[in-house]
Structures are given as C-alpha cells and as structure tokens.
Design a protein around this ligand. Structure first.
Ligand code: NI
Length: 175
C-alpha cells in the first residue's frame, strides 16, 4: 500500500476538528494499515488521521525502541490526568522543529479498537506524551501552539527558510 501524504504546517487542514468514527469496517482497517506504513516510513512515533487529511478521531502510535508495539486508538478520550511533565516534542507535520511542552504525566484513556470494542488504559512516560500530542491533532491543535508568539514566529521563519532551501536544492543553480 502506498504511503499517505503528511500535510505540514501552516496548512489550514491541520486545524480541522475530527469527527467520531462510526463505521468499524474494512475501509477503516485499510486506512489504519496505510497510516502505520506512513508513520513507520517517516520514522514517527505517532500519527493522527488529521495529518493525512482524514478528519476522523483516529490516532496511532508506537513509542517502542524496537518499532514493534503498534497501538490504535479510535474515538479516544482522556478520562483522568495527573501530574505534569515537560518533554521535548517534534511533529511529522512541523519538520525539523523541536520544543519543550508541558503535559499531564499520567493519564487514563478510553478508546475503541478497530472492531469497535471499548477499552481503557493507563498511560505514562512517552506513551502518555505522544497520546496527548496526537489527541491535540484531532482537535486541530499543534504542539507549537503552546509556545510564545515570539517563538512561534521563529518557528514559522525557520520552516520558510527550510522550504526555500529545499526548492533551491531541487532546481539547482539558475543561469
Ligand atoms: Ni504531530
């Protein structure tokens, strides 16, 4: 299956609010497979459907070193949270940018699996951080939204510069 295109900041589609998944069918299974392939090939630890321009409440993650612990969360909710932890985050939709973000240290979540069964889990560490980051995507929120306006402007400039360099590299010198 082909990799899906990951949309990047400041694309306005990253601001769309995801709606609940209602059909737990073969199409959903195919979307999940394609999203995992996309996430692994981009070397990401998490991916929200929003990032591949599908505005459904679906996120996946694999925070293991061995890249063999896939988790799928459909219609996810955070039902309890405690503590606070600051961690450096990056995002496949904001390439090359890393920043410290504070989030709940431990969370309890509920979600549905690909067959539509409801389950609950207690998460901590990077698993909890990544889950909260991906949940934000489903609400149209990015980790850089937590930064000060000044820092966010710096991020935007850095990304614009990166893109200009990519274009120059792609086309080579013009004479
Ligand atoms: Ni992200």
């Amino acid at each position: 299956m082909a990799n899906l295109n990951i949309i990047e900041f400041p694309d306005p589609r990253l601001r769309k609010i995801a709606t609940p998944v209602e059909a737990f069918d073969a199409d959903l299974g195919r979307l999940i497979d394609a999203m995992f392939e996309t996430m692994y090939s981009a070397q990401g630890i998490g991916l929200a459907a929003t990032q591949v321009d599908v505005h459904k409440q679906l996120l996946l993650l694999d925070v293991s070193e061995t890249r063999d612990q896939p988790h799928v969360y459909i219609n996810p909710r955070i039902i309890e949270s405690e503590g606070s932890e600051t961690c450096e985050e990056g995002c496949l939709s904001v390439p090359g940018i890393y920043a410290e973000v504070s989030r709940a240290e431990k969370i309890r979540i509920s979600a549905r699996d690909p067959d539509g069964n409801l389950f609950e889990e207690a998460l901590d560490g990077m698993h909890a951080v990544c889950f909260q980051h991906e949940m934000d995507h489903l609400k149209g929120k990015l980790f850089i939204d937590y930064l000060s306006p000044l820092k966010r402007r710096m991020v935007r400039k850095k990304l614009e510069k990166q893109r200009r360099q990519e274009i120059q590299n792609a086309t080579g010198p013009r004479m």
